[in-house]
Design a protein around this ligand. Structure first.
Ligand SMILES: Nc1nc2c(c(=O)[nH]1)N[C@H]1C(S)=C(S)[C@@H](COP(=O)(O)OP(=O)(O)OC[C@H]3O[C@@H](n4cnc5c(=O)[nH]c(N)nc54)[C@H](O)[C@@H]3O)O[C@H]1N2
Ligand SMILES: Nc1nc2c(c(=O)[nH]1)N[C@H]1C(S)=C(S)[C@@H](COP(=O)(O)OP(=O)(O)OC[C@H]3O[C@@H](n4cnc5c(=O)[nH]c(N)nc54)[C@H](O)[C@@H]3O)O[C@H]1N2
Ligand code: SF4
Ligand SMILES: [Mo]
Length: 746
């Protein structure tokens, strides 16, 4: 069954010609073969900013890079990770061959032929014994849109899987659900120019300076001398640069924003016309916020009444107020309602659809937005719904597949899949481009679960990750720079990245791996036309027709590149102009550059209106106690570290830019009462685990709180597996810990 031309190609040596063969391993050309020393461009493969980088080629391969001055996103800037993007490709622990765990428990190199045969035999064996839904996948926001789409279609339509989710659950699920419920579609409305056009910028739970440094540069270019209001329990780098910092108690954001709403309503500082014409639910919302008096909010947040009033006044005084949020909001047991409490402020003040405004979720990974629309996990590919029969028929028609192959309901979410392992329902797990053994919440439990999986396949660039160490089968993947495709950034801009290096050894692109698995599985015919990322892009375009994310007007990768990236939507030009909404008409002449949503005040719900959604705040699931007296916050540590550090720790330059030891930020007053000296080694312990770390004394962390960076391998030993009920996103940013001095000084 697994015989195919691609399979046969493995019999011989893996030559460069083979790697570059269209439809084969390399897929896509090392660019500018005819001009071997030319420059080409690619969008960066780390964060969701989506900077464009110039790649300088020698003999057709990239040898260095510099930021692209001619791209609307980064305007010639890049952060240290972007500058070092090529270096990390050469690391000695790159996975260069498939690995299989042998009887002695060791991972041993095997050929692709054996790898594919093993993959199919084991996964199909599990399915035949335990049913189709006994195998599942966990994917990512860091592969090409075309790769995610391929994986999602292959797994669900080809291999018959019901369940698959992505690491975007750890990150963006809250924003997705909040937008869908409030606006009718997962649609971050802004464009980065809004950072420059606002006169009042409200950043909630976002450390923009280090998590999105180039977006922060855009804020710095703002000529309106904007008020920058940072809402974060910690005095972060971003908070230090703010004009007003609100160090609220962790998870008291909803109280604050409901209280602000109350003040705005009481003083008539609202946009009545916008509310009446474009929203529903305002009257009940205004009754709901009545108990959020100044006194109540001051007690709940720990902020002074003056600060709260000042914040309300700044929103009122601002002509162009933009509200931005990131993980301090999303990663919470009440994330969706918190995000909506902020969305409500934008709606009630009419700060949406105009330059410098918006209720704006900032995404994390380079292609979180691609994953949100095309990964076929909890939503049907192309921004559709599994439960909608019309959507299923449309997708089946475009893909030329039997409609019966499309599941009728959304997948289990990440934690439900892991719990499925515990319950013996999920027995085969395929992990692609993510490292849950480091990044998932409540790590001991996560390790226990991963160790129970009957057949764990991990597809990664490196063979040393915490998750690879637990795998039965490892598939070596090419990384950014070694393959082609598109990413969609935070402002909905589609950008192209290219193959400018050959992947080491037998590592091949994820796209190629999915093709090989499709053939080996016996469903290759279903993906006959999926023979390159560029071809898949054409299929994805068709799937978006008539959707809010319609991109049928984009011709091809060339058009995207020439336009400086293109933001969705860009519907097809052949549509009658009279059929277009005012926003669509406005888009018509300018493919690319800067576009924002909701300029006509129309949202995606059937009645065209946005909804005010709200709910009473809930107490923290694990508050500080006598035994565990500190609230632990976790998050990004420096601009030079990326997540689980598989990539960024490979650059000598980046290593110099971040602390080499695990550290815990603690307030000097707390340190004093515990007798902890600066840099002393302490233990940080929660009900679930214990880590040792160096004490970093800083007034940036309030008394009663501590902070640990997520980049440390065991940070998630401490965190508590609690989830938002609507988005199922883990609440990484609050649990109770105690800190004890160990008495060793470094
Ligand atoms: N250098 C670097 N950049 C990155 C990444 C990286 O790993 N390294 N990762 C990328 C990804 S995937 C993501 S998702 C983004 C994340 O980007 P951010 O969300 O900006 O980063 P975090 O540090 O996770 O969290 C932001 C802040 O939330 C605060 N916070 C915690 N609890 C609360 C609360 O209850 N209320 C409020 N208002 N704030 C709270 C924390 O103190 C923290 O400063 O960064 C992206 N960019
Ligand atoms: N305590 C705590 N935990 C957190 C967070 C927090 O704030 N606090 N933040 C959460 C958030 S927002 C996120 S997004 C997650 C991130 O968590 P992860 O997704 O687990 O982190 P990464 O290190 O980005 O993992 C990506 C993996 O893919 C591999 N890889 C890179 N490129 C490719 C490729 O092209 N193909 C393949 N096949 N593999 C590739 C890398 O080597 C790496 O092993 O962490 C979450 N965990
Ligand atoms: S800001 Fe983000 S996209 Fe830009 S260079 Fe840095 S990591 Fe890459
Ligand atoms: Mo993220």
């Amino acid at each position: 069954m697994i015989e195919s031309s691609l399979m046969r190609a493995f019999d011989g040596p893996l030559t460069r010609e083979l790697l570059l063969q269209p439809g084969g391993f390399g897929l896509g050309q090392v660019p500018a073969k005819s001009q071997p020393n030319a420059v080409t461009t690619s969008v960066c493969g780390y964060c969701s900013t989506g900077c464009s980088l110039n790649l300088h080629l020698k003999d057709g391969e990239a040898i260095s890079l510099s930021p692209n001055t001619n791209y609307p996103v980064n305007l010639g800037m890049a952060c240290p990770k972007g500058w070092e993007a090529l270096t990390v490709l050469d690391a000695p622990d790159r996975a260069t061959t498939p690995l299989l765990r042998d009887a002695s428990g060791k991972l041993k190199p095997i050929g692709w032929d054996t790898a594919l045969k093993t993959f199919v035999a084991r996964m199909q064996g599990i399915q035949s014994r335990h049913g189709d839904d006994s195998i599942a996948f966990i994917s990512t926001g860091q592969m090409a849109t075309e790769e995610m789409a391929f994986l999602g279609a292959l797994a669900k339509f080809g291999m018959g899987m019901k369940h698959g989710d992505g690491n975007t659950r750890q990150c963006m699920a809250t924003a997705v659900v909040a937008y869908k419920q409030s606006f009718g579609f997962d649609a971050p409305p802004y464009t980065y120019a809004d950072f420059e056009e606002s006169d009042t910028i409200v950043l909630v739970g976002s450390n923009l300076c280090l998590a999105h440094p180039i977006m922060w540069e855009r804020v710095m270019r703002n000529k309106n001398k904007p008020e920058i209001i940072v809402i974060d329990p910690r005095r972060t780098e971003t908070a230090m640069a703010a004009t007003l910092h609100l160090p609220l108690a962790p998870k008291s954001d909803m109280d604050l924003f409901y209280g602000i709403a109350r003040i705005l309503i009481e003083r008539g500082w609202i946009d009545r016309q916008f509310i009446d014409a474009n929203t529903t639910g305002f009257r009940t919302f205004s009754e709901f916020v009545l108990p959020f008096t100044l006194d109540h909010v001051a007690t709940a947040t720990g902020l002074s009444a003056e600060t709260i009033e000042r914040f309300a006044a700044l929103i009122h005084e601002g002509k162009r107020v933009s509200f931005w949020w990131t993980m301090g909001v999303n990663q919470s047991y009440q994330g969706v309602r918190t995000a909506q409490s902020l969305i409500n402020l934008a709606l009630m003040t009419g700060n949406i659809g105009k330059p410098g405004t918006g209720a704006n979720s900032i995404t994390g990974q380079c292609n979180a937005m691609g994953s949100r629309l095309f990964s076929n996990t909890t939503g049907l590919i192309g921004g559709h719904d599994f439960a909608n029969a019309d959507h299923r028929a449309k997708v089946a028609g475009i893909l030329g597949i039997d409609e019966a192959r499309i599941p009728h309901e959304a997948s289990w979410s990440y934690h439900e899949i892991l719990e499925g392992v515990l319950k013996g329902k999920i027995r085969g797990l395929w992990v692609i481009c993510t490292n849950p053994a480091h990044s998932w919440i409540n790590q001991r439990l996560c390790h226990d679960i991963l160790d129970r999986v009957e057949f764990l396949v991990v597809q990664d660039m490196y063979h040393t990750t915490e998750t690879v160490q637990r795998a039965h089968l490892v598939l070596p993947a090419a990384g950014w720079g070694e393959k082609d495709g598109t990413f969609i950034n935070s402002e909905r801009r589609i950008g192209v990245f290219k193959k400018v290096r050959r992947a080491p050894g037998q590592a091949i692109s994820d796209f190629s791996i999915f093709r090989l698995i499709a053939d080996a599985w016996g469903c290759g015919k279903m993906f006959e036309n999926w023979d390159s990322p560029a071809a898949v892009f054409q299929i994805l375009k068709q799937l978006t027709a008539g959707q809010p994310c319609d991109i049928t007007g984009i011709e091809d990768y060339r058009m995207i590149e020439e336009s400086g990236g293109i933001q969705w939507p860009l519907p097809t030009a052949s549509q009658e102009v009279s059929d277009l909404t005012p926003s669509e008409k406005r888009l018509r002449p300018s493919a690319g550059q800067e576009q924002r949503l909701f300029e006509d005040g129309r949202f995606y719900h059937p009645d065209g209106r946005a909804k005010f959604l709200f709910e009473a705040p809930r107490p923290m699931p694990e508050p500080a106690s006598a035994k565990y007296p500190f609230v632990l916050l976790t998050g990004r540590g420096t601009a030079s570290q990326w997540h689980t550090q598989t990539r960024t720790s490979k650059s000598e330059v980046l290593r110099k830019l971040y602390p080499q030891r695990m550290y815990v930020e603690i307030n000097p007053n707390d340190a004093r009462s515990l007798g902890i000296a600066p840099n002393e080694i302490v233990s940080v312990e929660s009900q679930r685990g214990r880590v040792t770390a160096q004490a970093f004394l800083t007034p940036g962390v309030p008394v009663g709180q501590v902070f640990v960076a997520m980049h440390e391998s065991n940070a998630n030993q401490l965190t508590d597996a609690v989830f938002d009920p609507y988005s199922k996103q883990p609440s990484y940013k609050s649990c109770a810990v105690r800190v004890t001095r160990l008495g060793t000084q470094r």
